[in-house]
Every structure is written in structure tokens, then in C-alpha cells.
Design a protein. Structure first.
Length: 140
């Protein structure tokens, strides 16, 4: 199996809370950053999605906090799409410190919204295949 797509992030001081560790809401920002970086690397842009009349939507997100992150910590945020058929897909993400320690695990359920009908499209994997210059990055 190949390694999942990942992006590096450095924890910034202004992202920390009064205890000195990464604010819990910022984990979502890191996950979203990795998702959009994957889309961009695969050749899918926001304008490309809009021109097709669709947009990605988050339906559910779960974060498992494993170890604290402090200002200055260097992390890798992974992103792997899991296709199960139907209207939704899963995204599995890990935030890992430079020493390999898992700081958080994030699982999400998403879909592709038809922007005119305001309903999820069937087979979102087909949208990704059509728009991506490198669908293999999505496991397609």
C-alpha cells in the first residue's frame, strides 16, 4: 500500500490555548487544509468544481485527540479518501508529530452537493475522476 497524501504544518503560537497546546478547533483547520491541498495536487480547483455545478460538503467529523501539540511542533497531516459506493465517502486523516507520535486521528464523511438542486449527487467518485488530472491520489 502506498503512503497517503500528506502536507507539513508547523503549529503557530496564536493557534494555542491558555494551556499552551493546540486549540481543539484548529485540528479541523489542519484537516481541511490537507483536504484542499490534496484536491489541488490532484488537479481539482474550486473554480473547476463550481463550473461543474458541484461542491464538496462535510456531513460528519470525528476527532480523536491522542497527544498534545505545542507551538513550534512540526507535524504531517495525512489525507486518504475511502470509497464505499452511494452518495458519500469517508476521509481518514492522521496528524503525526515529527517523531512519529500520533497527535490526532480524524475521520469524516463527505459528499458532493449539486449546487442547483441542493442535493447530494450519486457516485461522487465519478465527479472526482472527471475533474482530477490525477485520480489515483484519491484511490481511484
Amino acid at each position: 500500500m502506498t503512503e497517503p497524501f500528506s502536507v507539513p504544518v508547523t503549529v503557530r503560537g496564536y493557534e494555542t490555548d491558555v494551556q499552551g497546546h493546540l486549540n481543539q478547533a484548529v485540528y479541523l483547520n489542519y484537516a481541511e487544509h490537507a483536504r484542499w491541498a490534496l484536491l489541488q495536487t490532484a488537479g481539482i480547483s474550486q473554480t473547476g468544481l463550481i463550473s461543474k455545478g458541484v461542491g464538496p460538503v462535510a456531513l460528519e467529523t470525528t476527532i480523536r485527540y491522542r497527544r498534545e501539540l505545542l507551538a513550534g511542533d512540526e507535524v504531517e497531516v495525512t489525507c486518504a479518501f475511502v470509497w464505499g459506493g452511494g452518495k458519500t465517502f469517508s476521509i481518514e486523516q492522521t496528524i503525526r508529530k515529527a517523531d512519529g507520535t500520533v497527535a490526532a486521528e480524524i475521520t469524516a464523511v463527505g459528499g458532493i452537493l449539486d449546487l442547483k438542486e441542493r442535493k447530494l449527487v450519486d457516485h461522487p467518485d465519478e465527479i472526482f475522476k472527471e475533474l482530477a488530472s490525477d485520480p489515483a491520489l484519491f484511490g481511484l
